[in-house]
Design a protein around this ligand. Structure first.
Ligand code: ADP
Ligand code: MG
Length: 610
């Protein structure tokens, strides 16, 4: 509110001078020059920024915007001697803008819970004890200490101690998560119960809290997306209005010879036709929607994402980690040549560096790797598996495709689940069957979406057999299996040719797909940088029902946007006709204009509430 103080003072001052001017000129206190000076003072106070802005935009080549419209309408009114009207137009425009800023601030406040998530300092453990230093000076590999009740300042792995962590500031979910030695913890989460020492894995600027803050700041900027829509609208609309106003000013004047009446009506025409209710309320609606969604752990990167999601007719899901939990359990280990334990160890070692849910599960299933094991040349082959050098041997761990690519003869398995083959130095060493369970909310999410007329599709890199099981269980409309990330992009493009499509993925392997669909939605984004960067909408936790929430919010926001558009254009049309007919004057026109604006803004604020 403090930052609007000057705006408010300007408006009040200008209003007082205007009232004084109207009273003074009505009662004839001063001569006309003094009256003009009084009105000019009020006018400049209320309007100098608008005029400067329109000049700035003209210099940038953007001639026809609402600032321009307001400027010429009010300057024109001043020139034809309608001083009070000129001030009134600018004053009300200013009130509208102030109204917008306050509403915008309110929405921003709802996001500011998230802005509190990044502490500036950290307690670094040094040889001489703990020192509090700025979080920015911490390097990867440093150990920091975090007490219960403190916010974790940087991403890292717990090196000592155990605790539970509250991720709600980031995910919107209030259930605490247990964390012990070896577990990854993220900045922005609150350490709840025990003192922990954390080995830092990301510098300050790359830590989750910074990433999220950056995203939110950019989503404020991406208000520009929605504004672009209005600017686009104004690009055609404003020149048309200016031309129509010119016609109103010239043709009837020539015919009737009644110049001042028609010029006045033309100016009124400009005031009424100002798209400010739209210019203000449309971006605000998007912004309020973004704020409301953020509270629920859904980060939306701007109005265009909302627009696109609300129009999406198809929602395509990645399977692993999106519809399924992604924590695979080992169903069977079928080694050839070696024992089960060694097969699992080789697989876990080769997966050492990968974040893929399969890797994480295999590593967890084996436990701590022997200290003397030498792992190098770790490579991830998206949609297929991994390769690595373990000691002297080159190891491949992955699916059928990976084996065929390397001409390795493999065996299939009768167990249901995902089969992970292991090959060492070109020889088949057997496979591990792992199985992943569905997320408890997947089924209801899919059925709610289907009930609202959306086509659901599953695109997975897993085998046909497992894909069919999942699709059947969830009653998904269509599915495609054995897809590499690039195949997923092709599929998405096939669908997107006819309909708007949203793709939901977990950001592991599918960041390119997220980036190439109309709306990319990343789930369980906590800890996945690629997802946060590439997606248009980021769901911080991994609850698929949030997709339904995001869809509902975006639909509501779009509805409000269109209500405002129809309402303001409708009212304006009526007043336009009345003003051309000479039934109303500029005060009424200006009042109606701002009345529409205020109602539209109040309607916009509804977008934040669900
Ligand atoms: P999804 O589309 O289901 O999310 P991905 O595209 O991530 O699946 O992976 C597709 C398939 O590739 C997996 O089902 C698995 O067979 C294989 N794969 C991918 N990454 C790995 C890995 N790190 N280790 C073993 N297999 C993998
Ligand atoms: Mg995946």
């Amino acid at each position: 509110m403090r930052e609007h103080k000057w705006d408010l003072i300007k408006i009040l001052l200008s209003a007082i001078i205007l009232i004084f001017g109207v009273v003074a000129s009505t009662l004839g206190w001063f001569n006309s020059t003094v009256n003009i000076i009084i009105f000019a003072a009020a006018y400049i106070l209320a309007g100098y920024e608008v005029i400067l802005e329109s000049v700035r935009n003209i210099l940038k080549g953007k001639i026809f915007d609402e600032n321009f419209l307001m400027s010429i309408a009010s300057i024109g009114a001043f020139i034809v001697g309608q001083y009070g009207e000129a001030v009134f137009v600018m004053l009300f425009f200013g009130i509208g803008e102030l109204f917008e800023h306050i509403a915008e601030d309110r929405s921003r406040k709802s996001i500011s819970a998230i802005a509190q998530i990044r502490p500036d300092t950290a307690r670094l453990i040094t040889e001489s004890g703990e020192v509090t230093v700025s979080a920015e000076s911490i390097n990867i590999g440093d150990i920091i200490s975090v007490n219960p009740g403190e916010i974790i300042p940087l991403d890292g792995v717990i090196a000592d101690g155990a605790s539970s962590v509250n991720t709600s500031a980031i995910t919107g979910e209030s259930l605490p998560v247990d964390a012990a030695v070896g577990d990854k913890v993220y900045s922005g989460c609150v350490n709840l119960s025990g003192v922990v020492k954390i080995r830092v894995t990301e510098v300050f600027s790359n830590s989750t809290a910074s990433k999220i803050l950056e995203l939110i700041e950019n989503s404020n900027k991406k208000k520009a997306n929605a504004e672009r829509f209005i600017t686009r609208f104004a690009r055609y609309y404003t020149p048309i209005v200016v031309i129509l106003a010119l016609i109103v000013a010239v043709i009837p004047s020539i015919i009737t010879k009644n110049y001042s009446v028609w010029i006045y009506r033309a100016l009124m025409f400009l005031v009424v036709s100002c798209p400010c209710a739209l210019v203000v309320s449309v971006p605000l609606t998007y912004f309020a929607g973004i704020g409301g969604a953020a509270k629920k752990g859904i980060l939306i990167k701007g109005g265009s994402a909302i627009e696109a999601l609300s129009g999406a007719k198809i929602i395509a899901f990645d399977k692993t980690g999106t519809l399924t939990k992604g924590d695979f359990s080992v169903v069977a280990v079928h080694p050839e040549k070696i024992d089960e334990k060694t097969l699992l160890m080789i697989a876990a070692a080769a997966e050492y560096n990968s974040n893929h849910p399969i890797s994480v599960s295999l590593k967890a299933a084996y436990g701590k790797l022997p200290d003397d094991i030498k792992i190098s040349s770790l490579k991830e082959i998206a949609g297929k598996g991994v390769s690595a050098q373990i000691g002297e041997k080159s190891v491949l761990v992955g699916n059928d495709k990976l084996m065929s690519d390397n001409s390795i003869v493999f065996h299939s398995c009768h167990h249901s689940g995902t089969i992970v083959h292991v090959a060492v130095d070109g020889e088949y060493y057997g496979h591990i069957v792992i199985s992943d369970s569905l997320k408890p909310q997947s089924k209801s999410a899919i059925s709610t979406l289907k009930a609202s007329g959306i086509k659901t599709v599953m695109l997975t890199g897993d085998c046909e057999h497992r894909a069919l099981e999942v699709a059947d269980e969830l009653c998904i409309d269509e599915f495609y299996a054995n897809l590499l990330p690039e195949d997923k992009i092709k599929r998405v493009n096939v669908y997107a040719a006819d309909n708007k499509l949203a793709f939901v993925g977990d950001g592991i392997n599918d960041a390119p797909v997220l980036a190439s669909s109309d709306v990319g939605i990343a789930m369980g984004a906590l800890g996945s940088d690629a997802a946060i960067e590439e997606a248009d909408i980021v769901i911080m936790d991994d609850n698929p029902e949030k997709i339904v929430t995001a869809k509902t919010i975006s639909k509501k926001v779009s509805e409000i946007v269109w209500q405002n558009i129809y309402f303001s254009i409708g009212v304006k049309m009526i007043i336009l006709i009345l003003s051309v007919l000479g039934v109303c004057n500029m005060w009424v026109a200006s009042f109606a204009d701002v009345g529409v604006l205020v109602l539209a803004v109040l309607n916009s604020i509804r977008a934040a509430i669900k």
